[in-house]
Design a protein around this ligand. Structure first.
Ligand code: ADP
Ligand code: ZN
Length: 202
């Protein structure tokens, strides 16, 4: 993280591909805020209620916070504790654009807002509100995973359907087929396009 001394409220984004350690980094920051005796709230989108208790952060002095499952920015807004100093949100890419205004409002009210999310989808395009969040934040850390094919720093999510690279226009929700994701570098990332081979840029 930058050595910038921020005062008042601000927004921090932890961006990167799957497996780049965004959740680990988010939890590290949350743990340190707990040690600093700040009141912290953690939200996580796409978290099944049944697993909510499994996603918790504790510090060595035994204090802990559980992640609150949310599906929308409105749900985050409705569950904000007015006493919280630090608001951490994991899997922010699945939330709607309203999360940008909410983060701005919270920061302008003196809160530290930390958002972690996958910044690109399987096509390598900006994912949900992440691009805007990265633009409006004071701090951005872009993390990398390791490319499973060549070992280089990985910046892309490779989507595989039944073991094959997914096509550009493949359905976002798969019915039937077996789906998997891998971290890959730009050179090893494959997205099959319909117009492949018809007219090249260079
Ligand atoms: P994210 O939140 O970015 O998806 P996590 O914090 O959940 O990442 O997981 C990061 C961990 O994933 C790493 O510490 C490492 O143990 C593991 N991991 C699995 N595959 C890879 C990979 N290809 N590159 C780097 N780490 C990987
Ligand atoms: Zn590679």
């Amino acid at each position: 993280m930058s050595s910038l001394q921020l005062t008042g409220g601000w927004i921090e984004v932890i961006a990167g591909v799957m497996f780049s350690g965004k959740s680990e980094e988010l939890m590290r920051r949350v743990r340190r805020a707990i040690i600093a005796r700040k009141k912290v709230q953690v939200f996580k989108s796409h978290l099944d209620d049944r697993y909510a208790g499994l996603f918790s952060v504790s510090s060595h002095d035994g204090r802990s916070v559980d992640a609150i499952p949310v599906d929308s920015s409105a749900q985050v807004a409705a569950r904000i504790d007015p006493m919280a100093h630090v608001i951490a949100i994991d899997e922010a890419q699945f939330l709607d654009d309203g999360i940008c205004d909410l983060a701005t409002t919270l920061a302008s009210r003196g809160r530290r807002v930390i958002l972690a999310g996958t910044d690109t989808d399987f096509r390598g395009e900006p994912f949900g509100p992440m691009a805007r969040l990265m633009a409006i934040s004071e701090l951005v850390d872009k993390l990398h995973a390791i490319c499973v094919l060549c070992g280089a720093p990985a910046c892309r999510n490779q989507r595989l359907i039944d073991g094959e690279p997914a096509a550009w226009d493949s359905p976002v929700i798969m019915v039937g087929g077996k789906e998997a994701y891998e971290a890959r570098c730009r050179a090893c990332h494959i997205v099959r396009r319909k117009d492949e081979g018809q007219g090249r840029l260079f």
